[in-house]
Design a binder for this molecule. Structure first.
Ligand code: DAV
Length: 378
């Protein structure tokens, strides 16, 4: 028998064996930059803080991350953590300068496992340019441990001023509505740009959302890279999401045949076909327990972090402690639901799925979409 693969994950739900959970050490407030305009919740006129986050806030987030680690370990999952990194350091390249970096709470945004391959995303924001660094020791360890591990770093974009469309931030709501089918956001189309969290894995099929953090060149790069390796890459769009960033609060697969969908962010007409033609069920998530106004003060994500669940297996899922309506739905759908408090992590960029990067799930590449009748457009 061959030795088990060290890196092997084909989808979002197979039985989890090894995962990286983020850590809030040394986290900073995300700086204002061309690709990001952070704002204090409900107080748009108060300046967003800069520099390191207060130690108490970091401590609270780390406690909740430790709770997730403990739960995963109690389920037999091997958990790894990122290396320390000084996010208060400014970054200066030939093309840009930014006063500080962000954090290593959300490996999902940076790293993705596609079968036996680890891909480091280009990233889309200046403060996150070097965010792969806290994961490099782990990547080397996996790469050294198993010659079958492939490791790819996507081309780094310049992140120069002309990679961004500054006017995007000024567009009034009516204009966003009128433009909703153009899928033009704060990044232009000239350079290859993607965050890993805009992808969702379904065996040989990979969905990629066009967003504020992933452009069409990014999707083309992923297609050309992955399709010769036997994947099919499907661009997807959610026209009613005017500030899309990362697919895992919008379209969340839970097991073969079942996707949790966001009732406020339907797929572009036609893109649901591949699911319906192949017998998949799309089930809307219930309203989150917090309104957008009630989300934590410095959290830049929407209330739909409620949907950002993490699967331990096709029958076991971890959900944020307060999201009772979603827990009840998952229970009715036949899942064993585990809960952890996680709201102090939200201001670091996400919830349970965002704060993790699965390296190994038990399973192989399957074709969940034998009937594909359209050619995806990029
Ligand atoms: O709906 O605000 C947040 C995802 C963060 N990684 C949302 C998406």
């Amino acid at each position: 028998m061959d030795k088990p693969l060290v890196v092997n994950s084909w989808n979002e739900w197979d039985p989890l064996e090894e995962i990286v959970v983020g850590i809030a050490d040394n986290a900073c407030y995300e700086p204002t930059e061309p690709g990001n305009r952070p704002a204090v919740r409900n107080h748009p006129d108060v300046p967003f803080p800069t520099g390191p986050k207060p130690p108490e806030a970091i401590e609270r987030a780390n406690e909740e991350l430790a709770g997730l680690v403990a739960l995963l370990e109690s389920q037999g999952v091997t958990v790894r953590r990122p290396d320390p990194h000084d996010f208060s350091q400014p970054v200066r390249t030939p093309d840009f300068a930014v006063e500080n970096q962000y954090c290593s709470v959300c490996p999902r945004d940076v790293m993705i496992t596609l079968g036996n391959e680890i891909v480091e995303a280009t990233m889309s924001r200046r403060a996150r340019y070097f965010e792969y660094r806290p994961y490099r020791r782990l990547v080397y360890a996996y790469w050294n441990a198993d010659p079958r591990v492939e490791w790819t770093t996507a081309p780094k974009p310049t992140m120069a001023d002309d990679m961004y469309r500054q006017e995007f931030w000024e567009w009034p709501l009516e204009e966003r509505h009128a433009r909703m089918h153009s899928f033009e956001f704060c990044i232009t189309q000239d350079e290859v740009v993607f965050d890993a969290a805009d992808m969702s894995r379904f065996g040989r099929d990979v969905l990629v959302q066009e967003s504020m953090t992933t452009n069409r060149a990014g999707i083309r790069w992923l297609k050309r890279h992955l399709e010769p390796r036997g994947f099919r890459v499907h661009p997807v769009h959610f026209p009613l999401d005017f500030f899309p960033s990362h697919i895992d609060c919008t379209f969340v697969p839970l097991r073969p045949g079942l996707v949790l969908t966001n009732p406020e962010r339907p797929l572009r007409e036609g893109e649901e076909r591949m699911f319906l033609d192949n017998g998949w069920e799309l089930v809307d998530a219930p309203q989150p327990t917090s309104t957008n106004e009630e989300m934590p003060r410095y959290c830049q994500s929407s209330k739909w972090l409620s949907m950002n669940v993490l699967s331990i297996s096709p029958t076991k899922v971890i959900c944020e402690e307060r999201e009772k309506p979603l827990q009840e739905l998952l229970d009715k759908l036949g899942f064993e639901v585990f809960t952890v408090p996680f709201r102090n992590v939200f201001e670091y960029g996400g919830s349970l799925h965002c704060a993790t990067w699965d390296v190994r799930r038990r399973g192989t590449r399957e074709d969940y979409f034998p009937h594909l009748s359209y050619e995806p457009l990029v």
